[in-house]
Every structure is written in structure tokens, then in C-alpha cells.
Design a protein around this ligand. Structure first.
Ligand SMILES: C[S@@+](CC[C@H](N)C(=O)[O-])C[C@H]1O[C@@H](n2cnc3c(N)ncnc32)[C@H](O)[C@@H]1O
Length: 352
């Protein structure tokens, strides 16, 4: 071999231990099947969850059971909802005959269509495509649970926790934070999963507010949708838009007609109502974040001004209080949104 190059063997990249059970199953991307393969990460998630030995834990999408096993070690009981019958079989095989088997209940089905039982805490590495409806299904769950520790796509997680003024502050942030305190717990890289997803992930803690705010979810949703039509425009500009004003005027007249005929009122619309509809944030999955306009709805806004009408004056009078007219949704706090909605409602202006 004189003169020949000696080929040095490249050191193999150090990997996180991956001795977790994979069950020899092929994973379906369409079901968001990215299995946690790093046991150290699973331990960290469980430790950060603050599970008590008396807790009934809800796990969504247990897969082959890598997280499930750790949850069974610390909690009283695990209720796991899994859509894929192959995974359900794998779980049964894995825990059969172990001391865990009578503390694990597996429900086969789509979590979005399943009536969830009582639980104290939810810990889950979920399929990312159901992030938004699942979050609002959980927040709508009664009796309320202590907290949920959930792995989300990083960008979705950052939207959940975004504060007024942050680029990612959007309808999803405002809606979630109305019903829960949300904290970012942990950044998780792609290589902790098998197969690795295309995007990075984050673990978030969601703690439902107790009591829930007294707000009509439909009114709130209608109002917030309008405020975020163009989140960087002033509220004055948004509420002068022809489509917005004519929609509000239609609501106003309908409600006036109902009240006159029934001598009724709009009471009885508190937080007991279903909030799961707030999970419609399709636009929030977008990875296309050009200059903060990602959260905007499709509306015509060329023809902004309608002729000065009594109704328009009514709307603008509310906005001129505390100078909301000049403010933008991208910087408005939860309290300001709640205040403004209550002022609109008091003026007879409704959003649903
Ligand atoms: C990201 S994997 C997590 C697997 C496992 N928890 C882990 O961390 O290794 C998501 C799991 O959710 C399941 N899943 C997908 N859609 C679901 C749905 N709508 N309802 C319940 N489970 C679902 C998948 O089959 C898969 O097992």
C-alpha cells in the first residue's frame, strides 16, 4: 500500500440512546406517526409534567408506548386514545402480563371524535395536523383538568405563547390565552423522532383558567376574527371596511327585530357554551411567515369607506373610546380585547 492514502474511518456521530421499543411497525406520516426515540427526552417531558402518583393521565396517540411506559411508572392510571389499530395491538402486546396492564386503558379511535373521560392531566406527543382542534377540544372539556403538556410543531407552539407585539401573535394566541395560561417548556429537535419530521417541535404547558372567563364564545370568535382580518391595520381602518360594517349592521338590525318582537334579551350566553369551534385556525399551520400577514382573512378591502351612516357613527364612537381607533390587534392585550367587546355589546353591536 506504499504511497496509497490511508482511509481514516470517520467517527460515527454520537446519537441519543435509541433502545426504545419500536415494535417493527412501519410508521404512517398521514397519521403523524413520529415516534419518540430518545428516552432521555421522554424522561424530561415526564419530569416537567409534574405528575402526581394519584393522577389519571390522558395520553393522545400513544403509538408504540414509549411515553406511555414512563407515564405508567409515575401516575395512577393512563387512558390512551389511539387511532391506529396496529398501535393498539402493539400496546396491548407490550404491556400484557406486566404490572402496568391493569392501570392502562386504551381507547381505539379518533381523539377528535371521542368523548373524553375524566382525567387530571394530559401528556401527549400528538400528530401535528390535529393541533388546533385538539387544543380547543381539551379546553372545552368538563370537568376541567389541571394541565396539559403537549408536543407541538415549534411554530404552532410559538403562536400559542405569543404576546402582544410578537410577530407570531395571532388569533390562535388570543383565543388560547383567553381560556388558558400557556408556557413554553422545551425545544425539541427533529432527530429525537423516528422518522424525523420536517419541522422542529416544542413542548408546551397549557393550564385552563379557573374560573373560565364569562364571555360568549361565539361573540368572542366573531369579534376576534374581525380584529385579525388585518392584524397590522388600525382597528379604525378595519371597522370602516364596507364588508365589516354591513355584516355588523345586519346583526344589529336582526337582534333589534328579535328583541322588539320577543322583548327578549341576549343574556344566558356565558362561558358554559361550546368553545371547541375556536379550534378553526387553519391559517395558523402556515409556515409562510412573510411580514406578519400570515393570520389574515381573505376580504376585499379596496372599498373601505361607506357613506356616513348612523350605524357607522355608533361603531366608530365605541372605537374612539380609549383611542382604540388608532390601535392595532397585533399589539392589543387580552384585557383590551375583552373591554372593547363588552363596549361594543353594550352599544348593541354584536358579532354572532
Ligand atoms: C407523534 S406520534 C406519537 C407516538 C408516541 N406517543 C411517541 O411519542 O412515541 C402520534 C400518534 O398519534 C396517533 N394518532 C394520529 N391521529 C390520531 C387521532 N386523530 N386520534 C388519536 N390518535 C391519533 C398516531 O397513530 C400515532 O401513534
Amino acid at each position: 500500500m506504499a504511497g496509497g492514502k490511508i482511509k481514516k474511518e470517520k467517527p460515527k456521530p454520537s446519537r441519543a440512546p435509541s433502545n426504545h421499543y419500536q415494535g417493527g411497525i412501519s410508521f404512517h406520516k398521514s397519521k403523524g406517526q413520529h415516534i419518540l426515540k430518545n428516552p432521555l427526552l421522554v424522561d424530561t417531558i415526564v419530569q416537567k409534567s409534574g405528575i402526581k402518583s394519584t393522577d389519571v393521565i390522558l395520553e393522545i396517540g400513544p403509538g408504540t408506548g414509549n411515553l406511555t411506559k414512563k407515564l405508567l411508572e409515575v401516575g395512577k392510571m393512563v387512558i390512551a386514545v389511539e387511532i391506529d389499530s396496529r398501535m393498539v395491538l402493539e400496546l396491548q402486546r407490550r404491556f400484557q402480563g406486566t404490572p402496568f396492564s391493569n392501570r392502562l386503558k386504551v381507547i381505539q379511535g379518533d381523539v377528535l371524535k371521542t368523548d373524553l373521560p375524566y382525567f387530571d392531566i394530559c401528556v401527549a406527543n400528538i400528530p401535528y395536523q390535529i393541533s388546533s382542534p385538539l387544543t380547543f377540544k381539551l379546553l372545552n372539556h368538563q370537568p376541567s383538568f389541571r394541565c396539559a403538556i403537549i408536543m407541538f410543531q415549534r411554530e404552532f407552539a410559538m403562536r400559542l405563547v405569543a404576546q402582544p407585539g410578537d410577530t407570531l401573535y395571532c388569533r390562535l394566541s388570543v383565543n388560547t390565552q383567553l381560556y388558558a395560561r400557556v408556557n413554553h417548556l422545551l425545544k425539541v429537535g427533529k432527530n429525537n423522532f423516528r422518522p424525523p419530521p420536517k419541522v422542529d417541535s416544542s413542548v408546551v404547558r397549557i393550564e385552563p383558567r379557573k374560573p373560565l372567563p364569562k364571555v360568549n364564545p361565539k361573540e368572542w370568535d366573531g369579534f376576534i376574527r374581525i380584529c385579525f382580518i388585518r392584524k397590522n391595520k388600525t382597528l379604525g381602518a378595519i371597522f370602516r371596511m364596507k364588508n365589516v360594517l354591513s355584516m355588523l349592521e345586519k346583526n344589529y338590525k336582526t337582534l333589534q327585530a328579535i328583541q322588539t318582537s320577543q322583548n327578549g334579551s341576549l343574556e344566558g350566553t356565558d362561558a358554559q357554551m361550546d368553545i371547541s369551534g375556536l379550534g378553526d385556525h387553519k391559517e395558523d399551520h402556515s409556515m409562510d411567515l412573510d411580514n406578519g400577514t400570515d393570520d389574515e382573512m381573505e376580504v376585499e378591502d379596496g372599498d373601505t369607506d361607506v357613506e356616513v351612516s348612523e350605524f357607522k357613527e355608533k361603531v366608530l364612537a365605541v372605537l374612539k373610546e380609549r383611542n382604540f381607533y388608532e390601535k392595532r390587534s397585533s399589539k392589543l392585550t387580552q384585557e383590551e380585547f375583552l373591554y372593547l367587546l363588552s363596549r361594543f355589546n353594550m352599544a348593541g353591536i354584536h358579532f354572532s
